[in-house]
Design a protein around this ligand. Structure first.
Ligand code: SF4
Length: 234
């Protein structure tokens, strides 16, 4: 019988820690994620039922409410690749793939120990935290991928956010302590000229601030000549 693969996402940030005042800043760089994944891969895969780990963005149940939506609906049952999706605000995380979803009260009956439970957060050994902010250089997306939650909202429309507006937003967050900026654009290279102007201005104004973006593979290939510019600016 084929095994059903379920996902569990262990967030790297500490959203449930009431003592951590930085939990609103939920973005980490790819390097941070890879470091955490390398550090925790063995600890996670030695737990019963764990098949693999990966880095990605937090997977949210498709039927859960969106922010500010009323009434608030938050499901707690099995998460599978067929009932989750990535939303524009999904935060970076380490993904853990398990062979089946087991609720906590069924652990013992299913042959699992308490030590097999996956953690909700991963803590780095040096205890460092990087304050990260987020902004958008564009809204919507030119593409019409059928699985994507952006499409019903924007219908293939794409709008850039004016350069000065983005820079003012970034400047305010850097003044508040942000050391890293996540661009929440559905696809940063829907408007590559605008995107490159933004990161060049960001780097010129805040040379120590890093950033991350999401780019469709097709756009990465088409605009591969721009990749050194991304690497050079953050
Ligand atoms: S390219 Fe990405 S953001 Fe745009 S419609 Fe497709 S999946 Fe959605």
């Amino acid at each position: 019988m084929a095994k059903v693969v379920h996902t569990h996402a262990a967030s790297l940030n500490q959203q449930n820690n009431p003592l951590n005042p930085l939990t609103d800043f939920h973005s980490l760089s790819l390097r941070d994620l890879l470091e955490a994944r390398d550090l925790y891969h063995l600890h996670l895969t030695e737990r019963k039922g764990v098949l693999a780990t990966a880095v990605g963005r937090y997977l949210i149940r498709q039927k859960d409410s969106w922010p500010n939506q009323r009434p608030v609906v938050k499901h707690s049952g099995p998460k599978t690749l067929s009932n989750v999706h990535i939303r524009p605000y999904s935060w970076p995380c380490v993904l853990v793939f398990v062979e089946k979803w087991v609720s906590e009260h069924e652990l013992k009956r299913s042959g699992y120990k308490a030590t097999d439970v996956l953690p909700n957060a991963l803590h780095m050994p040096d205890g460092t935290q990087r304050v990260a902010g987020s902004t958008e250089a564009s809204r919507g997306c030119k593409h019409l991928c059928r699985h994507c939650p952006i499409v019903p909202v924007y219908g293939g429309a794409f709008r850039v956010v004016p350069l000065d507006v983005v820079m003012a937003d970034i400047g305010a967050q850097v003044s508040a302590g942000a050391e890293h900026i996540t661009f929440g654009d559905p696809d940063f290279f829907n408007g590559p000229t605008h995107a490159m102007r933004i990161v060049e201005r960001l780097h010129a104004a805040h040379p120590t601030v890093s950033y991350d973006v999401t780019i469709k593979v097709e756009h990465l290939l088409r605009h591969r000549d721009l990749l050194p510019g991304l690497a050079a600016t953050g």
